[in-house]
Design a protein around this ligand. Structure first.
Ligand SMILES: C[S@@+](CC[C@H](N)C(=O)[O-])C[C@H]1O[C@@H](n2cnc3c(N)ncnc32)[C@H](O)[C@@H]1O
Length: 284
């Protein structure tokens, strides 16, 4: 693929190639993959434009670019992504943390401030990005994080280690099933919420992510229904719930919570103006 072995030419060729394959973020993708290969920050690339890459580096970069041209997300190729300013390991067993989900974490931090004694439950933790960010920034002492998938939990535990967090209790659980008598002040979740119909129209990049992390039965509403119905038993007085929303189904989701002893329901929009977060208080 690469005729000239210097960084500038290699980068140009990679960008043209990705653009020709229809990738909109071709510039970012090529730069992110080359800086990962060279183990430097993207901003340092221009300082190395004249550097000559070795045959092995050229081959490896070509492999990365070919994988990306088939729509494999950059984060799965590099094995890492950023969330709330921290680094998280990712693989194909976990959803890649999204910028919208940072709003969910920020909403909890805004309400809970530094009440570090609040007990928090993160349902459907995946990579652990929500629970770990809350532990890092909010310094909450008691966080439980559950996921049904043992491979996702392995990644979440590794991420806790990478980020120097030892306090999170990770549990393998089908939603609330293995939580016994535990009670929490805050329940937070970014559950699977894509309907089968919506899944058929998703971008090709998303097909690399675990389907069970995206798709939910009952037209995408299964997890919202279960959480609305069962969360009450797991709340202390004055408990709050924070959920990431399927922005196509906001009214239906809201009704599920109104009908199940929640009040002060607030919907927070994301930066695209879409309704993205539900915050509500439990009535006990
Ligand atoms: C949308 S991902 C969210 C991952 C992470 N919290 C985030 O925001 O990036 C949903 C997660 O729910 C998990 N999951 C799916 N069904 C579940 C269930 N019945 N009980 C618990 N976790 C489940 C999946 O394994 C996946 O890790």
């Amino acid at each position: 693929m690469f005729k000239e072995p210097d960084v500038f030419s290699v980068l140009q060729t990679a960008k043209y190639f990705l653009k020709s394959k229809g990738l909109l973020e071709y510039k970012f993708d090529a730069e992110a993959l080359l800086s990962f290969l060279l183990q430097i920050k993207c901003s340092k690339l221009p300082f190395l434009y004249n550097q000559i890459l070795s045959i092995e580096q050229l081959r490896q970069f070509e492999r990365y670019i070919l994988r990306r041209s088939k729509r494999e997300p950059v984060a799965y190729i590099t094995g890492y992504t950023g969330f709330m300013g921290f680094e998280f390991k990712v693989n194909k067993k976990v959803l890649i943390p999204r910028p919208e989900t940072e709003l969910l974490v920020e909403a909890v931090l805004k309400m809970a401030k530094k009440q570090t004694e609040l007990k928090i439950l993160d349902l459907c933790t995946g990579s652990g990005c929500i629970a770990i960010s809350l532990a890092k920034i909010g310094e909450f002492k008691t966080i439980t994080a559950i996921d049904i998938d043992k491979f996702a939990l392995k990644v979440a535990k590794e991420n806790a280690k990478i980020n120097d967090i030892e306090s999170i209790n990770f549990i393998k659980s089908n939603l609330f099933t293995n939580l016994e008598e535990n009670k929490f002040d805050i329940i937070i979740s970014n559950p699977p919420y894509v309907s089968d119909e919506e899944y058929a129209f998703l971008e090709k990049d998303l097909m690399y992510e675990p389907k069970h992390a995206l798709v939910a039965k009952k037209d995408g509403l299964f997890f919202y229904t279960e959480i609305a119905k069962n969360a009450k038993k797991f709340f202390n007085n004055n408990g709050h719930i924070f959920l990431e929303l399927n922005s196509n189904k906001v009214n239906q989701i809201k009704q599920l919570f109104v009908g199940n002893n929640f009040e002060d329901i607030e919907i927070i929009k994301d930066y695209s103006g879409l309704s993205r977060i539900l915050k509500a208080k439990i009535l006990i």
